[in-house]
Design a protein around this ligand. Structure first.
Ligand code: C2E
Ligand code: CA
Ligand code: CA
Ligand code: CA
Length: 278
């Protein structure tokens, strides 16, 4: 509901407002990496529904604006995508997330997989694979600890090409997951040809899970489809015990959401990993 309002207001934003925002993003990105960088990544834990173990984190970008405070990605990722700025911004995200993952390893913490969101334009860009490879090499993070989240809709724009690119990413040893599953239309036959390891049930289906029979049916269908295709299934936006209990009872593998933790700074992830032990 929030994102709809955002898109509605983004469409209403004047060209001038967009230019100001875009210019702001450009100059903010110019200072990255570095002390004056206004972008920051928070990390949201992903936990195993059976064991309760924190096994992964999702990197989520924030813009720490000197005047406007913390700006949500819902307010600027669309424009970054539209303008192409998402490519260098996304590269900064990849590099920062990989470096962070390696820093946790260097600190001797238990291993944790890091997932990074890649938007449609970033996914289609021809040097994506090189950029991922560069971020891994420069950080020293093993590829098996990186996962790329792509939405169904970015894959469906050019299916044959998307499958080729996914295969290249898979060949590097990096995992792929489908984000916002169920919100786009992807043909089930396409899904079969994707070299992915995970489906993520969008939070719009999780919000009313305790009460809506429709959402329950959708969640159960995604879980069983995922399992039949040998994929793991994660639910995002889990806020209540009822939602978690339903997902667990219906054999969902993993969850992510405020119930366990909001997106948090890397120091907090280090604490959670240390508490958990090996
Ligand atoms: P997403 O990939 O679907 O990420 C899930 C969003 O749900 C995140 O919003 C997260 O903070 C929020 N969330 C997590 N748990 C809960 C919960 O229990 N309840 C509710 N109501 N919300 C929850 P966020 O961080 O504002 O990000 C919004 C979207 O912006 C993301 O949606 C993703 O599409 C995009 N995004 C964020 N970071 C990046 C990035 O680094 N690169 C790209 N390309 N896109 C990004
Ligand atoms: Ca995501
Ligand atoms: Ca989502
Ligand atoms: Ca998404």
């Amino acid at each position: 509901k929030n994102s709809f309002q955002f898109y509605a207001s983004e469409m209403n934003a004047s060209v001038e407002e967009k230019l100001v925002l875009l210019e702001g993003m450009r100059s903010a990105l110019d200072a990255c990496p570095g002390q004056a960088c206004q972008f920051q990544l928070l990390y949201q834990p992903k936990v195993d529904l059976r064991t309760g173990r924190l096994f992964g984190v999702e990197a989520l970008i924030r813009w720490n604006h000197p005047e406007h405070g913390l700006i949500s990605p819902l307010r600027f990722i669309g424009l970054a995508e539209e303008s192409g700025l998402i490519v260098p911004l996304g590269e900064w995200v990849l590099r920062t997330a990989c470096a962070q993952g390696q820093a946790w390893r260097d600190a001797g913490l238990p291993e944790v997989a890091i997932s990074v969101n890649v938007s449609a334009r970033q996914f289609e860009e021809k040097r994506l694979v090189e950029r991922i490879d560069g971020a891994l090499r420069d950080s020293g993070l093993p590829p098996r600890l990186l996962e790329v989240e792509v939405t169904e809709s970015s894959l469906m724009r050019d299916l044959a090409r998307a499958v080729d690119k996914m295969r290249e990413i898979e060949a590097m040893g990096v995992a792929l997951s489908i984000d916002d599953f169920g919100t786009g239309y992807s043909s089930l036959s396409a899904l079969k040809s994707f070299p992915i390891s995970r489906l993520k049930i969008d939070k719009s289906f999780v919000a009313d899970l305790a009460h809506s029979r429709d959402d329950q049916a959708i969640a159960m269908a995604v879980i069983s489809l995922g399992h039949k295709l040998d994929l793991r299934v994660i639910a995002e936006g889990v806020e209540t015990e009822e939602q978690r209990d339903f997902l667990r009872a219906n054999d969902c593998d993993e969850m992510q959401g405020y119930l366990y933790s909001r997106p948090v700074p890397p120091e907090r992830i280090a604490e959670l990993l240390a508490e958990q032990g090996t």
